[in-house]
Design a protein around this ligand. Structure first.
Ligand code: XUL
Ligand code: CO
Length: 437
């Protein structure tokens, strides 16, 4: 155990009446909700990057939270200390999973081979710590956006050597994710997009990205990795136009490159907001298209226009999202990853715990509300009633291959069909939801 968190004790469930800021008031891991424990439903993960690599710099100011493992004389010693603190924190919180990019966990070497060796060395340490603590890996990924070599993209880079380098880096990240029994492997297209059309061949770039993802899927099968491959949509930032704009755009891309049965999505709350959607819209689309995978649960500031990666703290919003996650059957390989970072002025080690404790309680309370909405059932039954006309044989016949525009038109004329408006009762539905949250 490191001394980073001082004498802070493990966070435990104390119930809604507790005023202890480092206790769970709703997250009771073993409590059974709709046939599963809260721990099994929520599958919480702490992300490595914002939690252990974010030091508070912004475009106007320097680091506000330098950490003891930053910039040591021996970079690998720093990486080992960081791992020590990370696993202390996972244990203090009692989270079942974590997630990382290759570059979060170990310093980049002079060559890719050296960088890969550094990553392997730290993941060997992770394997021991995972064994000791029982913490699992929700997902691994490769950072293909920070180094300047990726400034014009990774698989979509005009330079084929960058495509090759990216493939080699992803191979190593997949190998270590597989070794650590990762539940998923994620690809966020960090700079897979463009700044100006004037210097960009979008046809080539999409074809290269499609081929790259096929290489990833082929490799997954070759090594027997059983986790899911996930794409994380985001509409902009860092590039102005990103190819993985939102869930529906990603689905179109997967279809075009024959991957719709191989790849799912990791939906991030803040990215949905940046795309002009609600979080629940993205979940509902992923359920509808059969590609729901996992969640990055960080909310976005609604006014800022960029990605603020804040811890979730809005129960009514999260409850509606949770309702649709449950409606789709809940997580399988996925989970609730906190891709969330502290605000720049939150400089105490304990702030890392407050952020996660609050986020976990928000999700737990939202789960309880969403489960009640499902169990009570009137929201679903009102929706069913709204579409009840489609249960009739004549309505279904219109969808069969025997139907044609002429046959439908003839029936409308024969029967004098003249539809009358029926209320969608939006306010009624909104009030219904508010009974539970
Ligand atoms: C960036 C983002 C990433 C991915 C992993 O906005 O969300 O951290 O989650 O690369
Ligand atoms: Co994310």
């Amino acid at each position: 155990m490191s001394d980073f968190f001082g004498d802070i004790k493990p966070v435990i469930y104390e119930g809604p009446e507790s005023s202890n800021p480092l206790a769970y008031r709703y997250y009771d891991p073993k409590r059974v909700v709709m046939g599963k424990t809260m721990e099994e439903h929520l599958r919480f993960a702490v992300c490595y990057w914002h939690t252990f690599c974010w030091d508070g710099v912004d475009p106007f100011g320097q680091s506000t939270m330098p950490r003891p493992w930053d910039k040591p004389a021996d970079a690998m010693a720093g990486a080992r200390l960081k791992a020590e603190v990370a696993f202390d924190m996972f244990s203090l919180l009692g989270v079942p999973y974590f997630s990382f990019h290759d570059r979060d966990i170990a310093p980049e070497g002079a060559t890719l081979a050296e960088s890969n060796r550094n990553v392997q060395e730290i993941t060997d340490l992770f394997a021991e710590k995972m064994q000791e603590t029982g913490v699992g890996l929700l997902w691994g990924t490769a950072n293909l956006f920070s180094n300047k070599r990726f400034m014009a993209g990774a698989s979509t880079n005009p330079d084929p050597d960058v495509f090759a380098y990216s493939a080699a880096q992803v191979k190593n990240a997949m190998d270590v994710t597989h070794k650590l029994n990762g539940q998923n492997y994620v690809l966020w297209g960090g700079r897979e997009g463009y700044e100006t059309l004037l210097n960009t061949d979008t046809k080539r770039e999409l074809d290269h990205m499609g081929r790259f993802l096929n290489l990833v899927v082929e490799y997954k099968h070759k090594i027997g990795f059983e986790g899911a491959i996930l794409i994380e949509p985001k509409p902009q930032e860092p590039t102005k136009h990103q190819y993985d704009f939102d869930v529906s755009t990603v689905y179109g891309f997967l279809k075009k490159y024959g991957l719709e049965n191989e790849v799912k999505v990791n939906i991030e709350v803040g990215h949905a907001v940046l795309a002009g959607h609600s979080f629940e819209h993205e979940i509902a689309m992923a359920n509808t298209l059969g590609i729901f995978g996992s969640i990055d649960g960080n909310r976005n500031d609604y006014q800022s226009g960029w990605d603020t990666d804040q811890f979730p703290n809005n129960v009514p919003e999260m409850a509606v999202a949770m309702y649709y996650i449950l409606q789709g059957g809940g997580f399988t390989t996925g989970g609730m990853n906190f891709d969330s970072k502290l605000r720049r002025q939150s400089t105490d080690p304990a702030d890392l715990l407050y952020g996660h404790v609050g986020g976990m309680d928000t999700c737990a309370r939202a789960l309880l509300a969403a489960a009640k909405m499902h169990e009570e059932g009137s929201l679903q039954s009102q929706v069913n009633q709204r579409y009840a006309g489609w249960d009739s044989e004549v309505a279904q016949a219109m969808l069969s291959e025997d139907a044609s525009l002429e046959s439908i038109a003839a029936r409308v004329e024969r029967e004098g069909i003249d539809p009358q408006p029926q209320s969608g009762r939006q306010e009624y539905y909104e009030n219904l939801v508010n009974r539970f949250v």
